[in-house]
Design a protein around this ligand. Structure first.
Ligand code: GAR
Length: 188
């Protein structure tokens, strides 16, 4: 069975969706969920599904190999960033080339980079009256949102869509596509 490890910062609806998807198809399993926030809802969701839930602080992520050692012990086939808002550390990227992927709530290369996450992205998209937005699933490298693109899906926006409306449309795309893209990557 292939092993998936997830990093997430907050709510964790994507993380939970991925956990459930692979619980049902039995081809892979989410073994660990890591968060930079001790009280993140994603940790509660992981525990409810009997997935190991771990919390770390800045010091242990960026100034030590503590998190890397736990990852190495878990021996993941893929590391998934599902709403992880900190920059991913270079020591982990260096050891897992082409094995770390992220979902971004916009059509990269537009609306990416530092500070472009969650509602900030949707507010900017609405402000610019974009006719479309979407999701990008991409490899993670040492620059925010610049790794190779694996998959994109698009959704039409209307002139009356609020940032919350855009977030809901993006959420639908993420729930539909993210687990399938992970599965394809694992078995291609
Ligand atoms: C998702 O929409 C994801 O695309 C976004 O955060 C949300 C997390 O939702 N990620 C980023 O903005 C990364 N730059 P969730 O916690 O409910 O899965």
């Amino acid at each position: 069975m292939k092993r998936i490890l997830i990093f997430a910062s907050g709510n964790g609806s994507n993380a939970e969706n991925i956990i459930k998807y692979f619980n049902e198809n039995n081809k892979a399993e989410v073994t660990h969920v890591f968060s930079n926030k001790a009280d993140a809802k994603v940790l509660e969701r992981a525990i409810n599904h009997n997935v190991k839930a771990l919390h770390f602080d800045r010091e242990s992520l960026y100034k030590s190999n503590d998190v890397l050692h736990i990852i190495n012990d878990a021996d993941p086939d893929v590391i998934v960033l599902a709403g992880f808002l900190w920059k991913f550390p270079e020591n982990i990227i260096a050891e897992y080339p082409n094995k770390i992927i992220n979902v971004h709530p916009a059509l990269l290369p537009n609306y990416g980079g530092k500070g472009m996450y969650g509602m900030n992205v949707h507010k900017a998209v609405v402000k610019n009256k974009e006719p479309f937005s979407g999701i990008t699933i991409h490899y993670v490298n040492e620059h925010y949102d610049e790794g190779g693109i694996i998959f994109q899906a698009k959704t039409a926006l209307t002139e009356t869509d609020t940032p919350e409306d855009v977030a809901s449309k993006i959420h639908v795309l993420e729930q539909k596509h993210f687990p399938e893209v992970i599965e394809k990557l694992l078995f291609s």
